[in-house]
Design a protein around this ligand. Structure first.
Ligand SMILES: C[S@@+](CC[C@H](N)C(=O)[O-])C[C@H]1O[C@@H](n2cnc3c(N)ncnc32)[C@H](O)[C@@H]1O
Length: 276
């Protein structure tokens, strides 16, 4: 019982829980279903948005001139497929084994020539290879400031001169709208998480520097409790620009999303287009 009290403590900023939500096998089915569910934007955004986003990518970095593309944190390959279909030579990288397995099978079925790798984008170690890099769906803000710097440096190195990076983050508006709360739920259903019933505790917390934590702890009857933490830093436009400039990127443009909508004061997201 004491253990669950430890799990419910407020952690240090950017500290991981005792399981990783993206890689733990307990969640892999759940995550895959969320990615593929058109009514659920938790894993990936819907097809309509992705189609507009891919068309925007092709406008700012046309596939005939910017052919070699890497999608960092590609999930089950929904972007990769669309990009491959319009002529990009696509590499998709993700830490989730089950997402990459799904993506590989799908590419085979559709006869698409996409390279998939099970790998952390934090370990990206290539030079002058890609024309375009994508880091989509708030992945940049999920990492602490040292990690973000290292990641941007690695992406910068992996790009050819003139190569493009597109990434998105949440804005201050999103941070201000984030509601702190603590809730609990009970699930007795078999077949949900590894066939266990559990009591779930969700804590949504705000930290300094526009950082939020969505923390979930699960208490099982006959297993140790688990906690996973989803961190997110929201950015002011100038802060994001500074981080990109610090590693040598040129700022091409800012948008309110990765489909190229105009950036407005009230935008909950900021997308940034960078050039090496
Ligand atoms: C919210 S989903 C977004 C998927 C995709 N980019 C999209 O927009 O549809 C986040 C993905 O990033 C992956 N991910 C998280 N951390 C990662 C890391 N360090 N390296 C590679 N992939 C990572 C997760 O496994 C998950 O598939």
């Amino acid at each position: 019982m004491n253990d669950i009290f430890k799990h419910l403590q407020t952690p240090e900023v950017f500290k991981e829980g005792n399981v990783n939500y993206w890689t733990d096998s307990m969640f892999s089915d759940l995550i895959l279903r969320a990615h593929l569910d058109q009514n659920h934007s938790g894993g990936s955004r819907n097809h309509e948005f992705m189609t507009r986003s891919v068309s925007f990518i092709n406008d700012v970095a046309p596939s005939d001139r910017y052919n070699k593309l890497i999608d960092l944190g590609c999930g089950p390959g929904l972007y990769c497929e669309k990009l491959s279909e319009i002529g990009y030579d696509v590499t998709g990288v993700d830490i989730s084994e089950s997402s990459i397995e799904y993506a590989q099978n799908k590419a085979k079925q559709e006869n698409l020539n996409i390279t998939y790798k099970i790998e952390s984008f934090l370990d990206l170690n290539e030079s002058d290879k890609y024309d375009v890099a994508l880091l989509i769906y708030y992945l940049y803000g999920s990492i602490n400031s040292n990690g973000r710097k290292k990641l941007l440096e690695r992406i910068f190195k992996s790009l050819k001169n003139g190569g493009i990076l597109l990434l998105d983050v949440t804005s201050k508006v999103s941070f201000d709208n984030f509601k702190e709360e603590q809730t609990w739920s009970f699930s007795s259903k078999q077949g949900t998480l590894a066939n266990n019933s559990y009591i779930g505790f969700r804590q949504a917390l705000k930290y300094p520097d526009q950082i939020t934590l969505e923390k979930t702890s699960l208490l099982f009857k006959d297993k140790d409790p688990i906690t996973f933490n989803i961190w997110n830093k929201s950015f002011d436009k100038d802060e994001l620009i500074k981080e990109a400039k610090d590693v040598g990127f040129n700022i091409k443009n800012l948008y309110s999303d990765v489909a190229g909508q105009e950036l407005k004061e009230e935008s909950e997201e900021i997308a940034i287009l960078l050039e090496k």
